[in-house]
Design a protein around this ligand. Structure first.
Ligand code: BGC
Length: 753
């Protein structure tokens, strides 16, 4: 791997184990990891043990995204570290800073146990990559793996070893602001991205100095919040939990994810941070997970507000016994666990088990061998925002852009000879570029739209820039100035959408539309009759109306990070043919949400608008405005019929579905070829279509390729009546298509054993 740097020669004299073992009079030959951990645990006081289960936001960590609960001053934090009452800190970074605190832990605390430094490194560290939802639009998990790898290289150089990512929550409600952090609505696509991100963060060896332990979050079903309202109640069946929300966790665990974080929400009355069925039953017993489970920020203390625990002592007791090993931020473990153990309410063995999980993680990360993992300010500087990282940011950004429409092939635009008017609140703005969850980078270091376009144009003087409107409010004379500029131009580039604070945590919206002031701007510009290209900035699917929907061309540009402006210019001027496809459906109206393609047919499937008493709204068809999987390129692709290589799939056999894809246009371009399946009749009703495979192919004009997908019984499994995975013999339809609604189908039969 290009970015991989290994340095395992960094064994520091006087590390924790050496100190401990000499204190015990044991010869310092390395015993097996588990024995070393147990020897350490045997030395610990009750309070030191609970210290290993207590995690806090770093004092003074500037832009922390969380509520101001239980904050410590730097002096308090240092005293706590010396006393061995802290396992680690999060969202504080920097080589010098982490080294200094680590020194205090390993030199001044009684047992010299190193600290863990964690953070939310969601889509890049200093170099910012597209928001995760955007990156999922690339349909290239290998790309996500590469960006996660670079994020890990930069973050570890700044002293981190633990990432609070990836978020692998499925989200099917566009109102939910945290949809931006996941891979969208589809189980199969989300599984691929979940695993890729874990591989990227963790590399091949957790002990290498450039790897971050990955944390899967939020366990579980956080994205199923009622009304898309963040933190809200979730009440779903165990079947849909297992069918839809859990599989990305399973894929990410199979990829080796080290830590799991619980969710804020309850499921059917039981908060996830105190749910033994989830944490002990499914996660540990069924799936065999052995790493630590951490609460989300104060989620274990919030059991009181949920009305699930009478007080914080009971909350600590319930969460800990349910399987939450580490308490994030609330401090209630430190307050109450020692007493609960002394009183016999918590078995000492459970305490030791949790401590062992945490120490083993520290061991796996190599912290007992080198608590600093080779971090120093020189390495930090050398690994931060390098040209290679910026180049990857540009590549990832342009691969994440989705071309929704392109009437009369208006795009790509020529780089010369056309007067362009860049209009809208995001045109020249040096804000809202990186998007939410970029705690360690600034928009100031990112390329804005105007800069990107000017750098690409042969004659930058042909570009006029007018703001026209704020994000949420009109500007005096703004529309008039914008219309005047549009009249002088050949093409209008309209940069509109959401600001970064519209998505992310606690950022749910009821109206998932373009804010009114910007819509008014769009209408006025459309009235000039000039062709309009909408450059949409967004962290969720949006409902596009009126002049925005009717624009000649629409590019979904999300929040693309450090190289945003350059990447958009690459696509706009045809240096790169768009290859992104929607990882979420764009509904026609907010009233359709939650909206997802993989729906059930119901007993009264809507067939034609004339017939009454069918599953449809009075005022709207059930279609999406732009379906899942949709996206255009600068060429055209013809799909041949899907051809299963046999009519019957034997119980233990493999069936291959082939389809010929031809580039019938005049440019080289990439196409995302998608495989969908429908199980016609089953003992549990199945969705009208489910994604089961995809492949991005690049074809020259006139070139044609045969794409093949293998299907086995396991690909046809679902959660049966007994809540266990099952595949049932019978007829299946199969499509090879450019999106979740198109294509012709063929069928095959899964034969009984
Ligand atoms: C979020 C987590 C995040 C944690 C620490 C919480 O509010 O839900 O995803 O990792 O804060 O910043």
């Amino acid at each position: 791997m290009l970015y991989r740097r290994r340095s395992r020669t960094l064994r520091v004299a006087g590390t924790a184990f050496a100190l401990l073992l000499s204190a015990c009079g044991t010869a310092p030959t390395a015993p097996p990891a588990a024995d070393r951990i147990d020897a350490l645990i045997a030395q610990m006081t009750l309070e030191e043990k609970v210290g290993q289960l207590s995690l806090y936001a770093a004092a003074g960590s500037g832009d922390d995204p969380n509520p101001d609960t239980n904050r410590q001053s730097r002096e308090q934090q240092l005293a706590e570290i010396r006393a061995g009452r802290v396992t680690g800190l999060f969202n504080g970074v920097g080589a010098a800073w982490t080294r200094e605190l680590q020194r205090v832990a390993v030199e001044d605390s009684r047992l010299h146990i190193p600290l863990l430094f964690g953070a939310d490194v969601i889509h890049g560290f200093r170099t910012v990559f597209p928001v995760p939802l955007a990156e999922a639009a690339s349909w290239e998990p290998a790309l996500a793996r590469r960006t996660a790898r670079v994020a890990a290289i930069e973050a570890t150089a700044a002293g981190l070893q633990w990432n609070f990512a990836p978020m692998v929550d499925i989200s099917r409600d566009a109102r939910w602001g945290r949809a931006v952090e996941g891979a969208g609505e589809d189980v199969y696509l989300a599984r691929q991205f979940a695993a890729a991100r874990v591989h990227g963060f963790q590399g091949d060896d957790l002990a290498a100095p450039d790897t971050l332990a990955a944390t899967l979050k939020h366990f579980a079903a956080y994205g199923a919040a009622e009304a898309g309202l963040d933190y809200n109640t979730v009440d779903i069946s165990e079947r849909s939990l297992r069918d839809t929300y859990l599989p990305p966790f399973q894929s990410a665990l199979a990829a080796g994810a080290a830590v799991v974080m619980t969710a804020f929400n309850e499921i059917a009355g039981v908060p996830s941070s105190a749910n033994p069925d989830l944490l002990e039953g499914i996660l540990r017993r069924e799936w065999g997970f052995t790493g630590p489970v951490v609460s989300d920020y104060t989620s274990e203390a919030e059991l009181v507000t949920h009305g699930f625990a009478a007080n914080e002592r009971e909350a600590a007791w319930l969460a800990f016994l349910a399987g939450v090993d580490i308490s994030m931020q609330s401090g209630i473990y430190m307050k109450y666990l020692p007493g609960l153990v002394r009183d016999g309410a918590v078995p000492p063995a459970r305490l030791d088990q949790a401590v062992r999980r945490v120490l083993l993680l520290k061991q796996r990360l190599g912290l007992f061998d080198d608590p600093y993992r080779g971090v120093d300010p020189t390495r930090e500087a050398a690994n931060t925002a390098t040209p290679a990282h910026r180049a990857l940011a540009r590549e990832a950004a342009r691969r994440s852009i989705v071309l929704l429409s392109n009437r009369n092939d208006l795009l790509p635009l020529p780089k010369r000879g056309r007067r362009l008017a860049l209009i809208g609140p995001f045109g020249a703005a040096q804000h809202d570029i990186n998007g939410p969850w970029t705690l360690f980078a600034s928009d100031a270091n990112s390329v804005n739209l105007e800069q990107g376009l000017r750098a690409a144009l042969d004659d930058p003087a042909l570009l006029t820039v007018v703001k026209g409107s704020e994000v949420d409010a009109p500007i005096d004379g703004g529309i008039e100035a914008a219309v005047a500029a549009a009249r002088e131009a050949d093409v209008v580039l309209l940069a509109i959408g959401e600001s970064a604070r519209y998505s992310g945590e606690a950022k749910s919206r009821t109206e998932i539309v373009i804010p009114l002031a910007q819509q008014a701007l769009a209408e006025a510009l459309a009235a000039t009759g000039k062709p309009v290209v909408v450059l949409l900035r967004n962290g969720r699917p949006l409902v596009l109306r009126g002049a925005v929907r009717a624009a000649e061309a629409i590019l979904v540009t999300w929040f693309l990070g450090s190289e945003s402006g350059n990447a958009i210019a690459d696509v706009l001027f045809g240096d790169y043919s768009p290859s992104g496809r929607l990882p979420v459906s764009f509904p026609q109206a907010p009233g359709q949400v939650p909206y997802y393609y993989s729906r059930k047919n119901t007993g009264r499937a809507a067939q034609d608008p004339q017939t009454e008493y069918q599953t449809r709204f009075l005022d709207l068809s059930n279609e999406a405005a732009f379906p899942f999987g949709h996206g255009l390129s600068y060429s055209r692709f013809a799909y041949g019929e899907p051809e299963p290589d046999r009519a019957q799939l034997a119980w233990d056999g493999t069936l291959t579905v082939r389809a010929r894809i031809t580039n019938t246009g005049s440019r080289e371009a990439e196409e995302v070829v998608q495989l969908y399946v429908r199980d016609r009749v089953a003992s549990v009703t199945r969705p009208v279509r489910e994604l089961k495979g995809f492949e991005k192919v690049r074809l020259a004009p006139g070139q044609s390729v045969q794409v093949s997908f293998a299907l086995r019984r396991a690909d046809l499994e679902f959660i049966g009546r007994d809540l266990k995975p099952v595949a049932e013999p019978g007829v299946f339809d199969v499509w090879v298509a450019a999106d979740a609604t198109g294509g012709r189908s063929k069928s095959f039969e899964l034969m009984p054993p």
